[in-house]
Design a binder for this molecule. Structure first.
Ligand code: CDP
Ligand code: CDP
Length: 226
């Protein structure tokens, strides 16, 4: 059967990753969370006290970074590893969220991540979520989705996720972080977050999770069968 690539872009916390993951599972495709890669780079920069304004330091950090996703057979989930170390939980913490957008704005960082992402999708059969997937990573993706949701819906969902992992954050703190990142991600020079004209918009504010998954699956099947 024909395989396609599916790009899901949009603002923070509107359901991109969880939808992409579920759609990939149901199509037996590969799911790639591109945000996890920028988060892993950010964690490395923080752990190694890299001065991100110093180009030489950034370049040698990038040479030292290796990111991979491994399938955990016990949970059925894909997990992020940085230089062989499990970082799936650490990269989701607020202190990483607060530093990730400036790191993701660095051209050299983007060039390195985009090259890896394109490699992962070259045989198609990939669902990738992020900010520049439809515009830069897979401009030829057969299906492009742009997701959005209200601040309230996004923040409540993210708060529940953090709480599940034992981290407490107020709704105000989460909204502030979303807005700051959305602003920086949309206004940066290098591949900013944009809605490409051919993208199909899904507002998840009032949708049940299952409904948004089904919407994407229906659109995907139209492309696969067409
Ligand atoms: O899950 P959440 O929306 O909080 O963020 P994420 O998807 O994990 O992405 C974290 C950050 O990585 C974003 O705020 C962007 O700064 C950056 N990012 C990016 O620049 N390009 C991508 N394709 C994906 C993420
Ligand atoms: O990737 P992005 O930052 O856009 O969002 P996410 O990491 O997928 O987080 C969205 C959270 O909201 C997840 O915990 C989802 O299970 C939950 N959720 C959703 O995505 N859509 C709904 N209609 C309801 C809840």
């Amino acid at each position: 059967m024909k395989k396609i690539n599916i790009a899901i872009d949009g603002f923070s916390g509107c359901g991109k990753s969880s939808t992409a993951k579920e759609v990939a599972k149901r199509l037996a495709y590969k799911f790639i969370d591109s945000g996890a890669m920028y988060r892993a780079v950010t964690l490395y920069m923080l752990q190694n006290k890299v001065d991100i304004k110093d180009e030489a330091q950034v370049m040698s950090a990038l040479e030292a970074i290796s990111i991979d996703f491994r399938h955990n057979p016990q949970t059925g989930k894909s997990e992020t590893f940085l230089n062989g170390a499990y970082v799936e939980e650490e990269i989701r913490k607020m202190y990483v969220s607060e530093f990730v957008s400036p790191v993701a704005a660095i051209k050299a960082v983007r060039v390195a991540m985009v090259a890896q992402q394109q490699e992962m999708g070259k045989y198609r059969g990939v669902v990738m979520d992020g900010r520049d997937i439809a515009s830069v990573v897979f401009p030829d993706a057969e299906l492009k989705i742009f997701m959005k949701a209200s601040d309230e819906a996004r923040a409540k969902r993210r708060q529940a996720e953090l709480e599940e992992k034992g981290e407490k954050a107020s709704l105000e703190e989460i909204v502030k972080n979303f807005r700051e990142r959305d602003l920086q991600d949309s206004n940066r020079k290098e591949s900013p977050l944009i809605q490409v004209p051919e993208a199909i918009v899904i507002d998840t504010s009032h949708l049940e999770f299952e409904d948004q998954v089904n919407k994407v699956l229906t659109l995907a099947n139209e492309q696969i069968e067409g």
